[in-house]
Design a protein around this ligand. Structure first.
Ligand code: GLU
Length: 509
């Protein structure tokens, strides 16, 4: 039987990186087993629907190259893949459970349930709609058939609840956690079908997994409490033989290791928790995204793969194809995986270094244009080659090389104080004359000329290079000085030296 897995997000907001990791593990598992990766949008909870969230999910998967084989927009043999478009499917399944006695109709209003909840709370208990109270509440089990029919016929709104079997121990095998035992006596009679005519997550999720012939359910640990109900549903429907295998992925923890990494944590802690930037449609609040923060999708994918999984061995760099090749659920751990923002940067630096100078320049040129700079692409390539080892994000290119494009407007006073000496102007004037006479202005030629001068005049290299760097870039930063001069070219170099000498003369008292 070929593997069929699904990523089944609810479009209730931007996709958290934990959700993206679930998608990734499903994708990897599918590819490893030459199976099918399905995207199913679980949007039956209308009260939690957020416009734009579905597009966001699809765009995030696309950005990470997690292409799905069946799903919205793409279609497939089990279309539609959006639960709101499958509305008419679910009622018959709820009816099937009503008929077999695995479900019942309940008329209690939301207010009544809330009052019971409050009362229990005030008595130090938690209210649960279950076997212990079923008889005393307003449902088809307590009211009987005639009364129930009467209420339905008179238009009383109702939900359909699952009839949890009493006092049973369920033993379920999870592919990551091994054997898990659940007592049915602690479960509540979850609502399967709501008064608004839509199924709840549980009914829609199980029915669709069955109908879509899902073989493995790989999802986050937060769904573990739903597992016994889902298994009971498979049993109640008589679908036990087709029941998928379950694998619940470990939580992603905050960098401190304390508690789950939440949607709110990211911007509070200074790193994104969403793949793409998200603007809340209601409040307009912006949450940062990996893409907009300058991360490459390869880096994000590689980093996420290692949150909870490891291939065993030293290798940390894996392409998506290599991950699929190496992936197995056996090597997914049970323990929460601590999120490390520094590791994310490390991966980004690695993948940026894989880019050619040309690719980096292609990224950089539009950034420069936005700043009103229209450089020659060849020069930009040369510049990226000089600073590429110093960048973690593409936008660092500007921070590391702005001085190539704009002459210093001021000179760092701390550096001036340290390197600008009484003889600096004289030395730089002599250097200027010597540079003027050079032919090629290649780094080697420049280096040799400065070295010769240093030897001939018995001037320490520091006394030449430090003030020279200061007048060229405005401080003490940047790549090799010869390279800077060579890229700037003779005219610009000489002009900056002149300007620097004029400006700094006054700093000697
Ligand atoms: N719709 C659920 C979610 O939002 C799906 C959970 C599952 O994979 O069963 O995560």
């Amino acid at each position: 039987m070929s593997v069929r897995v699904r990523f089944a997000p609810s479009p209730t907001g931007p996709l958290h990186i934990g959700g993206l990791r679930t998608a990734l593990f499903n994708y990897l598992f599918a590819h490893k087993h030459k199976g099918t990766f399905i995207l199913r949008i679980e949007d039956t909870d209308q009260s939690r629907y957020v416009p734009g969230a579905e597009n966001y999910i699809i765009e995030s998967l696309g950005w990470c190259h997690l292409q799905y084989d069946e799903g919205p927009l793409k279609g497939g043999p089990f279309s539609p893949y959006r639960q709101s478009e499958r509305k008419t499917i679910y009622r018959q399944y709820a009816d099937q459970l009503l008929q077999s006695g695995h479900a019942y109709i309940a008329f209690d209003t939301a207010e009544e349930i809330e009052a019971l909840r409050k009362k229990a709370e005030s008595e130090g208990r938690t209210f649960q709609y279950d076997i212990s109270v079923r008889d005393k509440l307003k449902n088809s089990l307590s009211l009987g058939e005639t009364e129930t029919k009467k209420l339905i016929d008179s238009g009383t709104s109702y939900v359909i609840r699952f009839n949890v079997p009493p006092d049973e121990e369920l033993i379920i095998n999870d592919l990551i956690r091994g054997e898990i035992r659940f007592q049915t006596s602690v479960l509540d009679d979850k609502v399967l079908f709501k008064a608004d005519g839509l199924p709840t997550y549980h009914l829609a999720n199980v029915t669709d997994d069955y109908l879509m012939k899902i073989t493995h359910v790989i999802r986050g640990e937060e769904w573990l409490p739903s597992l016994p109900l889902h298994v009971l549903l498979y049993r109640a429907f008589g679908w036990e033989k087709q029941m998928p295998q379950f694998a619940h992925l470990p939580l992603i923890l905050k960098p401190s290791g304390q508690g789950k990494l939440s949607k709110r944590d990211g911007d509070k802690m200074g790193f994104p928790v969403f793949p793409l930037q998200w603007t809340d449609p209601e409040t307009g609040e912006i949450s940062s995204g990996y893409r907009e923060s300058g991360y490459l999708p390869e880096a994000v994918v590689n980093m996420l793969a290692f949150l909870g999984w490891n291939p065993g061995g030293e290798q940390e760099i894996f392409s998506l194809d290599e991950l699929a090749e190496a992936f197995s659920l056996d090597r997914v751990g049970k323990a929460g995986a601590r999120f490390d923002p520094e590791k994310a940067k490390w991966y980004n630096q690695h993948y940026l270094r894989q880019k050619s100078n040309k690719e980096l320049a292609e990224y950089f040129i539009p950034v420069l244009r936005q700043k009103g700079i229209n450089p020659d692409p060849h020069t930009v390539e040369k510049i990226t080659a000089l600073v590429r080892e110093r960048i973690i994000f593409p936008h660092d290119l500007w921070d590391q090389s702005f001085f190539f494009f704009i002459p210093p407007r001021e000179y760092d006073p701390a550096v001036v104080k340290k390197v600008w000496k009484e003889d600096s102007a004289r030395i730089l004037n002599e250097i200027k004359d010597l540079l003027f006479r050079l032919d090629s202005f290649l780094p080697e030629e420049i280096e040799k000329a400065i070295k010769d001068y240093s030897e001939k005049t018995q001037t320490g290299l520091g006394k030449i290079m430090n003030p020279l760097r200061l007048v060229l870039v405005g401080g003490s930063y940047g790549p090799h000085l010869n390279e800077i001069l060579s890229v700037l070219g003779k005219n610009e170099t000489l002009a900056r030296i002149d300007k620097g000498i004029a400006a700094l003369k006054a700093s000697i008292v």
